[in-house]
Design a protein around this ligand. Structure first.
Ligand code: 4AD
Length: 466
């Protein structure tokens, strides 16, 4: 096994030493028949390699060969580290590699559908150039998604998906530290778990079935099965009809379900502590990634309080009414009113992250518990980042007869969920939980504007590839 060096670790300490690196050819600059510069990229770091025809270095043929490489090809390079007098603008590393051997491991095609330099450009840069009558290429979203393999090589996208991994990691670790058990529930189920028509129907060996819209029913059965506190990270399927900036047909759901001792505020307390831990963790551990994202998609850091603000639905509606929005105390919030309320909350309380609870029962799914003191409302909540929903949660009905009545009232075929309802006939504790959309959390934490930016291979009503 030869000793390999990482491009990101090349610095002055290696001056005059021989190194072996692997990287992608980011740029090629042939200067003459005897000298060419290659910038190689690995894990977001870049280094300038100098290919010079000289007796102790390489042949003229090698300079010609290096000059003819296609961008994005993978090469292995042996060379000696040197330190130029001038700062190096073209690369992240402030040393060069004087190439002694170069091998192309895999050649990329000559005509790439997306140029790296175009793909990393910010909208602000394009607009600033336009003001000076210079036209810079813009890579549109569909091209990026068609050639996702190239788009995700950009530092911003690399940052986004590393941030996403951190969110998932903190979610798991936090919940395990609070006594939750990670579970996996089936994605092939007999009937709709959330109600409504947004289900992908399929044929299960002759029996009608669908892809799970959420782990809702099974996470509740797990609670009835004495798991006490559970979580799941899994795929969620929604046959969305509309094409919006925040809906996908497949997304990653972070789900939580827990026994409640006295009040559903115990569930909201977990949301509060969990999300403060997630935001603190990202700000602390993902500085480099956040900076890379911000370079291409500039955003202000999220404003959040040490203890999450909790407002009632009625208080929210009242704030909207006072601001001139036409909305009643039993109406649902639409996208615009949610955005508007987000602005009002920010102005009044200085936070972009908050919980709204006690929603009207009629706008919530069938399994939601009504308020004991006023059955028009429910023991439920939504959670918002920058005025957009990232979580919905609630206390659930644990009485099987009441559950059946509510399912029927909401137009659900109770036959398809009979084993779920029966699970409550053998003794069921009061319980509640919530579901988080992972892509939404990352999209809104980084103010990315579109959920396709935070889904590695998005599935929307118009896209099934790559
Ligand atoms: O609000 P939803 O539909 O709630 C449930 O699935 C419940 N079972 C949760 C619970 O435990 N009570 O979905 C939960 C979250 C939303 O807040 C949103 O962040 C995300 O999932 N979400 C979507 N994300 C992307 N594309 C879609 N089509 C989404 N639909 C919901």
């Amino acid at each position: 096994q030869r000793k390999w060096n990482e491009i990101g670790s090349l610095d002055e300490n290696l001056k005059d030493k021989e190194v072996l690196i692997r990287g992608r050819v980011q740029t090629i600059r042939p200067v003459s028949k005897t000298i060419a510069f290659l910038v190689l990229r690995q894990k977001g770091f870049t280094v300038q390699c100098v290919v010079t025809a000289a007796p102790e270095l390489v042949s003229k043929q090698m300079v010609k060969y290096a000059s003819s490489l296609n961008k994005e090809s993978i090469v292995d390079v042996y060379g000696i580290v040197s330190k130029p007098n001038e700062p190096i603008k073209a690369a992240t590393q402030q040393v060069e590699v004087q190439v002694s051997r170069l091998y192309c491991i895999n050649r990329a095609i000559e005509k790439l559908p997306i140029n790296f330099e175009d793909a990393i450009r910010s909208e602000a840069e394009i607009e600033a150039a336009a003001l000076e009558n210079k036209q810079l290429a813009r890579v549109n979203r569909d091209t990026r998604l068609d050639y996702r393999v190239l788009d995700i090589r950009t530092p911003a996208k690399q940052g986004i998906f590393r941030i996403q991994c951190q969110v998932e990691n903190i979610f798991r670790n936090f919940l395990i530290s609070k006594g939750f058990v990670g579970i996996h529930t089936p994605k092939l189920i007999a009937g709709s778990s959330e109600g409504g028509s947004a289900v992908f129907k399929l044929d299960y060996k002759g029996q009608p079935a669908c892809l799970a819209q959420s782990p809702q029913l099974h996470k509740q059965i797990a609670i009835c099965g004495d798991f006490n506190r559970v979580f799941e990270v899994g795929h969620v399927f929604r046959a969305e009809d509309s094409y919006t900036h925040r809906h996908l047909c497949e997304f990653i759901g972070l789900d939580v379900e827990m026994e409640i001792n006295e009040h559903y505020s115990e569930v909201m307390k977990i949301v509060d502590e969990l999300f403060v831990a997630i935001f603190d963790g990202l700000n602390e551990n993902c500085k480099k990634e956040l900076e890379a994202v911000g370079k291409q998609f500039p955003f202000e850091p999220l404003k959040y309080l040490r203890e999450t603000l909790v407002l009632t639905f009625k208080e929210g509606v009242q704030m909207l009414q006072e601001a001139g929005v036409e909305i009643g105390f039993e109406d649902d919030l639409n996208t615009e009113s949610e955005k508007k309320l987000g602005q009002l909350v920010l102005e009044k309380y200085g936070t972009e992250f908050y919980i709204l609870h006690r929603y009207p029962l009629k706008v919530r799914p069938f399994y939601t518990m009504s308020c004991y003191d006023d059955p028009t409302y429910s023991n439920s909540f939504d959670v918002f980042i920058r005025g957009e929903e990232i979580i919905s949660g609630a206390q659930r009905i644990h009485d099987p007869e009441f559950l059946k009545t509510r399912a029927e009232a909401c137009g659900i075929d109770v036959q398809t969920i009979s084993t779920y309802i029966d699970s409550f006939r053998y003794g069921a504790p009061p319980h509640g939980g919530f579901g988080v959309g992972l892509e939404r959390v990352v999209m809104l934490f980084c103010a990315l504007q579109n959920i396709r930016n935070s889904s590695l291979f998005p599935r929307d009503p118009q896209r099934l590839a790559p």
